[in-house]
Ligand binder design. Sequence first.
Ligand SMILES: [Zn+2]
Length: 279
Amino acid sequence: MKGRNEDLEEDDDMNAREDRREKRTAAKVVDEDILVSDMTWTEIQDALKDRPVAIVPVGATEAHGPHLPVSTDTVIATEMARRGAAKLAEHGVPALILPPVHFTVADFGADFAGTMSLPAETAVALMRDVALAAGKKYRCVAFANIHLEPRHLECLKRAVEEARKAGGSVTFCDLTKKRWAELLGDAYQQGDHAGAFETSLMMAAAPELVRERERISLPPTDGLVAAIKKGAKTFMEAGGEDAYFGDPTAASAEEGENLYEALAEALAVSVMEHLGSKA
Ligand SMILES: [Zn+2]
């Protein structure tokens, strides 16, 4: 015989299960169910029947001004992956998003609290081996990268090359290529770091992580590109003692939405071209 409390507990259990079911259904509508880290192995097994592409977001753990968190690059890369996956789905290409690579070479910001910079060899091995491990399960692997420090980009290119040599079907969307850079606007092309470009992307994807009071108080600075051409190897040498470059006050969520459209396009086209080139 069950007491009244046990009946109530059973009702609660049923309600909780119902809630979870509803949440899952709602999540499907916004494509939340493509984040592998939130899925069980049985759900992933089901999804793998459609031969999905694996998208791996890549970012540094790095100082991004006094107004954005050190996770800024991975937050942006993950949102780029999500929206790129939605575009791929429109073309009949299913994709799942793997947990991001949070650590890589981040020497420019290495002196700042919160930045974690890995040796190049470690970064190459990490990205190469993530690609090879994912390549055993997925149709192909695509890196969605938003950390544009030159030495990191060299590592990413090497990781892709080495993974390909080992038989992996791997690509990455190189945002420094002219065709994509032109879509991303002036702030981006001048070497934005936590300026109007990245801050807009954060305001669109994760406004709760933007320190608004700090953002609106920051004076605009020049982009990083000019300083890198003159030989700067760190944010300090480039004159960025607060670890931002550009104009955070010029950022807006609306601009962030436009930029995600361009990032998603770049990623989806890169993947489609990679798949096409193999056909
Ligand atoms: Zn960044």
